[in-house]
Design a binder for this molecule. Structure first.
Ligand SMILES: O=C(O)CCC(=O)C(=O)O
Ligand SMILES: [Fe+2]
Length: 321
């Protein structure tokens, strides 16, 4: 097994943990995230049923006829909505991804916005997604605190403070439902279900189903990440790798098209909860570690999370379905 399993039982959002317990978990988690860049999280506090419900309500969208789904095609301004099969390349050097997706960015939860929720296709999608995102936010803030402890930051709440807008506007994170249909017809050479990429943000919570198929790059080759029941996956994104000057590792990963007939004919589903620093967080401002001298001056050439991530997004151009 390549990825460590980190038991989050003592650190779950609703639990009062002792410093000793937090420190132990923090060490294991940061060890994993600074080497492999991925870890399994056990006892994360989000119920299996909650994830199942969210998945099932998203299935109602994916199972709708194509012309219905077209009504909810992703809005390029807000990033809210549906992305069809063979539309997006997360690896621009590869053919289109053999996947469908539905994006719900954090801004969709802001009271000031009116996203076009697909009530007609899935009546409970909006409410279940909102409460799922609320759960993910709580867990993510807790994980950020534990990571800050593991990194020995001067202020153990420094990372949480940089994510204050999670779940509303001015933060590029959000949830993405992924739906990988059975493989049919001609494929392009080297086509994947999801091309090689690293995530852009701080951390990602990944909820995969039982089908397997995720692979991560280790020492130049892609290796299968086995499914472990009752765990979720967590990984580091580019912005946090950049901010920590490489202490935490953003590892490339993909979902390949399986050779196995049964797997090719199965639907695979996953949900990613993407955590990003708030838009205005300056991620080239060095983090402060315990023992560091006094607070340094603000950098002269600030790179905000928004600027950093927008630059990365330029390489992906979703088209109309
Ligand atoms: O579907 C998966 O397991 C991986 C999803 C992923 O890596 C992503 O959406 O960034
Ligand atoms: Fe990813």
């Amino acid at each position: 097994r390549m990825l460590p399993i980190v038991d989050f039982k003592q650190c779950r959002p609703s639990v009062e943990a002792s410093d000793k317990e937090i420190n132990e978990t923090a060490k294991l988690l940061v060890d994993a995230l600074s080497t492999v860049g991925f870890a399994y999280l056990k006892n994360c506090g989000i119920k299996k049923e909650t994830v199942e419900e969210a998945r099932n309500t998203a299935d109602e969208i994916f199972n709708a006829p194509t012309d219905k789904k077209k009504d909810y095609v992703v809005d390029r301004e807000t990033n809210f909505g549906y992305i069809g099969l063979n539309i997006e390349k997360v690896n621009p050097a590869k053919p289109y991804d053999y996947k469908e997706a539905f994006n719900v960015p954090n801004s969709a939860l802001d009271p000031s916005t009116e996203p076009k929720w697909p009530h007609e296709l899935s009546p409970n999608f909006a409410s279940l997604t909102k409460s799922f995102m609320e759960d993910c936010k709580r867990l993510s803030l807790r994980i950020l605190e534990v990571i800050a402890v593991g990194l020995q930051l001067k202020d153990r709440h420094a990372l949480e403070k940089a994510h204050d807008c999670m779940g509303r506007k001015n933060n590029m994170g959000g949830v993405r439902y992924l739906y990988y249909p059975p493989i049919k017809g001609e494929l392009e050479l080297n086509q994947e279900r999801l091309g090689e990429h690293s995530d852009y943000g701080s951390i990602t919570l990944l909820f995969v189903d039982d089908n397997g198929g995720l692979q991560i790059e280790t020492e130049g080759t892609y290796k299968d990440v086995p499914v472990i029941e009752d765990t979720i996956l967590i990984n580091i994104g580019d912005a946090l790798e950049f901010w920590t000057k490489g202490k935490l590792r953003s590892t490339k990963h993909r979902v390949n098209i399986p050779d196995d007939e049964v797997k090719r004919n199965s639907i695979r589903r996953s949900i990613g909860y993407f955590v990003f620093p708030d838009d205005d967080v300056v991620i080239n401002q060095p983090l402060q570690f315990k023992g560091d001298a006094d607070v340094p001056d603000p950098v002269k050439d600030p790179i905000t999370a928004l600027k950093y991530i927008q630059q990365k997004l330029l390489v992906i151009h979703p088209m109309e379905i």
